[in-house]
Design a binder for this molecule. Structure first.
Ligand code: CDP
Length: 236
């Protein structure tokens, strides 16, 4: 098989707001692969929990949510107007709603629940069955696709990550103080790295990219070189 035709699985993990989805989307676009933002799936479960009153004063009624999990279906489709990927929660396009700061404040607690992770990991693995996929998240290289041919672990300084998320939210009309955004990222990193169920950690065979001083184009170029090498190794 030629190098152009061989399709691999690319896992991208890393801390909150360090450009994983930006890179994953750009890679998938360039390589004509499927792109899956696994964080969006956790955000959808969080939205469902909030809507059903399972989160109050920062506490999650885990049992109530677990009982209702079978009712939840998640799917992806292409928005015909923008060409962007949309995520559907029980057939409703919630792509914008899941980006609220309210969701960011509760999602990491939802992501500690074993039953939630089992449901989502199963769906993620089905999506990646045929290869030719770029998925970003926290446990992609360690749990979802432990045999991925290329694993990237993205990092950036907390100041850079906060600025990026602050700008992104500001541009969408969400005005949250810089310090509040920073504390949310640090708190999510803490919960994600210390939870019992598949905590965020760098897979042993992951390649680290610190993109603090890289443009989106710069990180795409580096990653494409690594994809080339990974495909070459597969065919060697
Ligand atoms: O985009 P951002 O870095 O803010 O986060 P995200 O990728 O949308 O993920 C939201 C949250 O979902 C994370 O903070 C994790 O708590 C959780 N998550 C996870 O536990 N496992 C994944 N594979 C992806 C996300």
């Amino acid at each position: 098989m030629s190098e152009e035709k061989k399709k691999i699985t690319i896992a991208i993990d890393g801390y909150s707001s360090c450009g994983k989805s930006t890179l994953a989307k750009a890679l998938a676009h360039t390589l004509q692969y499927v792109f899956v933002d696994s964080g969006a799936m956790y955000r959808c479960i969080c939205l469902f929990a909030l809507r059903n009153g399972f989160v109050s004063n920062g506490m999650v009624d885990k049992q109530a949510l677990i009982e209702r999990l079978p009712e939840i279906t998640l799917s992806f489709h292409k928005n015909p107007e923008t060409g962007d990927q949309a995520i559907l929660l029980n057939n409703e396009d919630v792509s914008m709603l899941i980006r609220s700061f309210e969701i960011s404040q509760s999602v990491s607690q939802i992501a500690t629940i074993k039953e939630v992770r089992q449901k989502l990991v199963h769906q993620q693995q089905l999506l990646g069955q045929k290869g030719g996929i770029v998925m970003d998240g926290r446990d992609i290289g360690t749990v979802v696709f432990p045999h991925a041919e290329l694993k990237l672990f993205l990092t950036a300084s907390i100041e850079v990550r906060t600025q990026r998320r602050f700008d992104e939210m500001f541009n969408k009309g969400q005005e949250v103080a810089f310090e509040t955004v920073k504390q949310n990222l640090l708190e999510r990193d803490r919960i994600d790295s210390t939870r019992e169920e598949s905590p965020l950690r760098q897979a042993e065979d992951a390649i680290v990219i610190d993109n603090s001083n890289l443009t989106p184009d710069g990180q795409l170029k580096q990653a494409l070189e690594l994809v080339k090498e990974a495909i070459h190794q597969q065919l060697a």
